[in-house]
Design a protein around this ligand. Structure first.
Ligand SMILES: Nc1ncnc2c1ncn2[C@@H]1O[C@H](COP(=O)(O)OP(=O)(O)OP(=O)(O)O)[C@@H](O)[C@H]1O
Ligand SMILES: [Mg+2]
Length: 637
């Protein structure tokens, strides 16, 4: 298609005036050397020059001094000449010296012979856009700095597949990785091995992608493999097209907060436990006192019945009633122990010596498939404690350990000194303590058993196998002695019961020989049941007991056992020798021997037949433990 010349001129003319009128763009021509050849309204508006002023001037004056010195204008033309077009953005200078941000396109203009004859230049003032962009960039920068500076929270981003893409100083502080070590790695390294195996990290991202946000708490792992309790929020980030471009993750270390909450819970539990023990203690204490008095009446009456032989035809009934009474009074003793109401005789005691002296009894409580270990600290401090009761407590613990060692294993009994701070162990005040520990490798206790183990009558053992009073007795006795008992137990691993007793200031080696523990009594009684009861009573108050059922036997024993310090004898015995005669003969052999006589008859009634009975201490039958202890201690003084 050809256009007629006149028509073409017309078109060009129109086009030219259109260009000249455009005011939003500076559109002008440069000659091949870069001098301004034409100028439009937009150029005048942006740059402040009129056409007259600028035509023929070199275009480099629109550039900043620095750009000119760096040869930017020349390079722009060279690029346009070589590649046909040059595009850039940059600062330009107006006539009045002010700057504006320009978007510039330079096109090379060629003649028919394809030779560059000049350049067409289109410039736009985009200062406003530039300012807005700069402001945005700056605010992003500030935001980044802000996030970077946050140290209480780990704030970082993940790619859609979970690779860490950036890292703030909180992340470095909490997770210990430097940015250079972690960026590019998958965030699953922060999870425990178990969580990784279960796919927890992926689930977190999938959840966040689905719901936009995912919040959770759990264990996380630091670089040094230590664990902490984390609160985590994952936000999914989408672009304008709702395409997932990654995740923002905020993690907080709430280990301390969690520990504080846990400590509070434990304190509440402990309070509940001690209030419960207090309440049960008061109840059992009240009941057992009354019950014990009832038993005492029955026991005394039974003793009188059998001593006087009043109902010979029912002797076996009396006998079984007596056994029932004995069993009942043992139970009430245990209950009184739990209620912290049993009479205690604390004495300065070296627990190691007590254990050693008691070792054979403890071993006998074991079984062939149970190994005993004793680990007694040589410099153990002394404690004030009722020795025989502590032995009973220890025996209870060993029996429990044995019962837990169905398949065999080890019972380890150990002692050591510890210094405690206030509240470190139960209600104990700070100070020096002795710990006596019985540890077994047995079945352990599930938490619900552990929680009730001290409760009286709580037992998991079959009917007739356990009364559930063992631990409650230990608990009552030790707390009555101002100590504390702590059980720790793990199912299938074993149980440790630790008894804490306040250490006395006296050195252990200054502890005197316990007078009660080392003394020997010779009990003489022709009635075998009474002999057994009396022997048991003396054992209970810590004596070594020798038995004889007649005066003659007793004298023979005295000859072979020079350690006997106390003779306890019935007055009326069948056969030759009476209790008073035995007492005299024994005194002849050992003038220091202490003597206590007993009879079911009043002492006035005995005086006629048994001359000299008043030389000796006397206790009326039936006697109770407290009668014996008061008579014996009167003898000692
Ligand atoms: N060493 C231990 N290992 C595992 N469980 C134990 C241990 N000691 C105690 N228990 C649990 O605590 C319960 C209560 O113990 P506790 O000594 O008070 O009573 P018992 O042994 O059942 O009966 P009792 O001691 O009166 O004969 C036991 O039944 C047992 O379930
Ligand atoms: Mg028990």
């Amino acid at each position: 298609m050809t256009i007629r010349a006149d028509k073409r001129d017309l078109v060009e003319e129109r086009f030219k005036s259109l260009v000249m009128a455009i005011s939003d763009y500076a559109i002008y021509l440069l000659d091949v050397n870069g001098n301004v050849a034409s100028w439009n309204a937009g150029a005048e508006r942006f740059k402040g020059y009129t056409a007259d002023e600028i035509i023929g001037q070199h275009f480099s004056r629109f550039y900043t001094a620095e750009d000119r010195a760096a040869g930017v204008p020349t390079r722009a033309l060279l690029t346009a000449a070589k590649e046909g077009r040059f595009e850039s953005e940059g600062w330009r200078v107006r006539k009045d010296g002010t700057r504006f941000w320009a978007s510039v396109v330079i096109d090379a203009v060629r003649n028919d012979a394809n030779k560059v004859i000049g350049f067409a230049k289109v410039t736009r003032d985009i200062t406003d856009r530039k300012v807005a962009e700069d402001a945005l960039r700056e605010s992003e920068q500030r935001f980044r700095l802000l996030i970077q500076g946050v140290t209480d929270y780990a704030i970082y981003m993940l790619s859609p597949s979970g690779e860490v893409t950036n890292w703030n100083s909180g992340a470095e502080r909490i997770k210990q990785y430097k940015s250079s070590e972690i960026v590019g790695q998958n965030f699953s390294v922060f999870y425990t091995e178990r969580d990784r195996e279960r796919g927890v990290p992926q689930q977190a991202l999938a959840n966040a992608a689905k719901n936009g946000r995912y919040e959770s708490e759990g264990v996380r792992v630091r670089k040094d493999k230590t664990e902490f309790w984390a609160h985590v929020i994952v936000d999914a980030i989408y672009d304008e097209d709702r395409e997932l471009i990654g995740f923002a993750k905020v993690t907080r270390d709430i280990t301390e907060r969690r520990q504080a909450a846990k400590a509070l819970d434990e304190a509440k539990d402990a309070l509940f436990q001690s209030q419960k023990m207090e309440a049960i203690g008061q109840l059992t204490g009240g009941i057992s006192h009354d019950f014990n008095n009832l038993l005492a009446v029955i026991a005394n009456s039974l003793d009188i019945l059998s001593i006087k032989g009043l109902v010979p035809e029912a002797a076996h009934l009396v006998e079984s009633m007596r056994r029932a009474v004995d069993r009942g009074s043992l139970l009430t003793q245990q209950l009184l122990a739990f209620a912290r109401q049993q009479p205690l005789k604390p004495e300065l005691t070296n627990v190691n010596e007590l254990i050693s002296a008691f070792e054979s009894v403890l071993r006998r409580a074991g079984r062939v498939n149970i190994r005993f270990e004793f680990s007694l600290l040589p410099d153990l401090r002394a404690v004030m404690i009722d020795g025989p009761r502590l032995e009973a407590a220890l025996l209870n613990l060993v029996v429990n350990a044995r019962d837990a060692l169905e398949e065999g294993g080890t019972i380890r009994i150990s002692t050591r000194n510890v210094a405690l701070t206030d509240g470190q162990v139960g209600r104990l005040h700070g100070g020096d303590y002795v710990v006596l520990e019985v540890r077994d490798t047995g079945s352990g206790m599930p938490p619900e058993v552990l929680a009730r183990a001290f409760d009286p009558f709580f037992t998991t053992k079959g009917i007739g196998k356990g009364t559930g009073l063992g631990l409650s007795q230990v608990y009552g006795f030790i707390t009555q002695s101002d100590g504390e008992v702590v059980i720790s137990s793990e199912l299938d691993r074993g149980t440790t019961v630790a008894i804490y007793l306040r250490a006395e200031t006296a050195k252990p080696d200054s502890v005197g020989q316990d007078p009660v523990l080392t003394q020997t009594v010779l009990v003489v009684e022709d009635e075998p049941d009474l002999l057994a009861v009396a022997a048991e009573l003396f054992e209970n108050i810590g004596y070594r007991v020798l038995r004889a059922s007649s005066g003659e036997d007793a004298l023979a024993l005295l000859d072979s056992e020079p350690d006997v310090t106390l003779l306890f004898s019935d007055v009326m015995m069948p056969g030759g020798m009476s209790g008073v005669e035995l007492a005299r003969a024994s005194r002849d052999r050992n003038p220091d021997l202490k003597v206590l006589l007993a009879s079911g008859y009043p002492v006035q009634a005995l005086r006629n037949k048994h001359e000299g009975i008043d030389e000796f201490a006397f206790v009326a039958k039936p006697y109770r433990l407290s009668d014996l202890t008061s008579k014996v201690s009167a003898l000692a003084n």
